[in-house]
Design a binder for this molecule. Sequence first.
Ligand code: ATP
Ligand code: MG
Length: 425
Amino acid sequence: MAAAEKTYCRQVQTPDSSDTQQRLCLSMPKQAEYIIKRLEANGFEAYVVGGCVRDSLLGRIPGDWDITTQASPQEVKAIFGRTVDTGIAHGTVTVMRGNEAYEVTTYRIDGEYEDGRHPKNVSFTSCLEEDLMRRDFTINAMAYSQRTGLIDIFEGEQDLKEKRIRCVGNPYDRFKEDALRILRALRFSAQLGFAVDPGTREALRSLAPNLGCVSKERIQTELTKLLLSDNPDYIRMVFEDGLAPWISENFGQIKRDRIQVSKSIPARAPLRWAAVLRYETEETARNVLKELKMDNDTIARVKILVHWWKRAIGSDEKEIRKTMSEMPEDAYDDLLAMKQSCQDIPESPKELETISRLTELIRRRGDCISLKTLAVTGNDLIEQGMKPGKTIGKALGILLDTVLEDPENNKKEKLLAQLYHKGCL
Ligand code: ATP
Ligand code: MG
């Protein structure tokens, strides 16, 4: 693609000295600025675009700085020394600057979408406006460079001011092209505390069945981002707007009435998902997450929380040690954190305080709560003449129980003597 000398996009104007004063000035990382300047020096337009512009205008720190340019991927590669072909078919080249990586994507028009999933093809364009038009929401469709200032064709800045998520163009068309945008609308709404514009909301409600075409991983990523946001309770919109049955079969079965995900629950995936699934059985919780391709570690943690949140930990040291022994240390901490932020649990706030205090004491004292620190090992029992196999496991279990009752029992002689008296040795 040749570097277009003039741009034919409506609002893109070369700055004139009279408006420089009022023009908004975003501070971007030095390296992003360098990449843009370098592309411009080679005759190509280039801008930071999307999430970083939105976040900068909101005074939030952007996660990454994406660059959009008129230069073709080959031209980008020719200009910069160190590049990686990250998504060259879609026009994305990663430019390395020191340790930093910047995704530089050629202005693009997304072709027709195949069954609401992927564009059949993408074609490059030399017009920034066309690239901005393919983006999902007005607040994500702004570009900025020091040369031009803010390029805001779809009134994204106004929507930011009015705290509104609104599709670029006709929301029905946009959700039909890519149904993931339905969940992205709710996710951004939760992350930013914005309302979904009525037109956009109506469209997402009526096109909910299109979610059936979206990959489960992508759905899960959006729902997890929503749950980890400052407004995890917005997950209710997924139910209120009739999206749940189209998320997945198991998700559609979740009991919606009691869902409450308080933002006081620490923003970690197992905790927030457990809050959504807590009234379900462990089996259902597992099935929901498995279907959404959640990783096994998170599923295991959610299962522990779903099992335990409604059960009393117990309020004396013995019972607390027993509960602690049933799960990994950090899962136990998550359980306490979850109980501290839920209301419908067996413990009163006072009891929870006692449990926290005693937990700390047990840890500080280094009480044995697992086979790892039991004074007798499997090898000790073999040395005592026991046959390797299940009986050893059983015997160690009995000894751990005694030690959980009273940590003073965690002495090799004492424990072996006990087995001897029981006739196990
Ligand atoms: P985050 O802070 O979560 O990364 P983001 O706005 O950067 O937010 P990304 O998913 O990284 O979101 O996408 C970058 C940009 O690409 C978006 O701002 C938007 O302009 C565009 N975009 C991403 N996904 C879509 C989509 N499904 N449909 C249309 N445009 C999209
Ligand atoms: Mg991003």
